[in-house]
Ligand binder design. Sequence first.
Ligand SMILES: [Zn+2]
Length: 337
Amino acid sequence: MAGVSEIEQMLAEALSAIASASSTQALDEIRIRLLSRKGDITSILKSLKELPIDQRKEIGAAANKARVAVEQALNEARDRLLAAAAISALDPTLPGIRQPCGALHPITLVMDQLCQSFIRMGFGVAKGPDVETDYYNFEALNFPPDHPARDMQDTFYVAGNKLLRTHTTPVQVRVLEAQQPPIKVIMPGKTYRNETVSARSHCIFHQVDGFLVDEGVTMADLKGAIYAFCRDFFGDDVRLKFRTSFFPFTEPSAEVDISCFLCKGKGCPLCKQYGWLEILGCGMIDPNVLRNVGCDPEKYSGYAFGIGVERIAMLKYGITDIRLFYENDVRFIRQFK
Ligand SMILES: [Zn+2]
């Protein structure tokens, strides 16, 4: 039976052999000779039980130390040899491997463009939570308790009075609660509605809502802002049409059509021969909404607008099925690089 000094001798010889090994094959031979089931170190460890207890402890410790040191040295030598082989196999004249490069999703692209347009007009950007309370999503925005938009058909309820916001306008309430007018912000984000998914509507979509509150704000300011945005986004020759509409949180309310940028109003498949495209909803903030956040409607007034990002992206790129935005088919997404 080998003593401690023989084990140390065996270890020193093994480490030196490992250090001078020039191939992984040579390393494998050393591993088999020392660490395989019948290897030298393994045999010492196996025969420990035959030794008297005082020797067992001493020799066992030395043999274990040798096993760990040999294993570590073998692994390090192997890595070193493989790395050296990889370097010598490198042919710098070979053409490089092109790395696949990602691109922004069309919704992100259009959302950024919409935001930039308003940021250039001096609007700040505000964000809020996707999971909202009934208060911020509906009540504070003057939705009467029996309003159809509060019906379970349209809203994803999470638990209790929590829900997935159906528009980004709740952020308006949060901003008005936290800041004093004058305020001028846009609120980009995801919105959710419990709708049947089809080519024209989806249960998840994006909005860029915005509002301004100050003293003496009128409908003329709203029209001016919408005109400036549309010229910036769709081109100088765009014409606008304001149609009366209804939203609980604005009074009066309007929907805005622009002259079709494809046919310039003559009529084409994009505008369904109508010559006009509906692009956003807007209006003067209802005095009740201002009152709900402690803002005196006798002193302050404001306007608000909401733009559907998917709708603008579909018009801009001629996309006829909203579901394409969420299927992540790279053949579709790649086209916007
Ligand atoms: Zn047209």
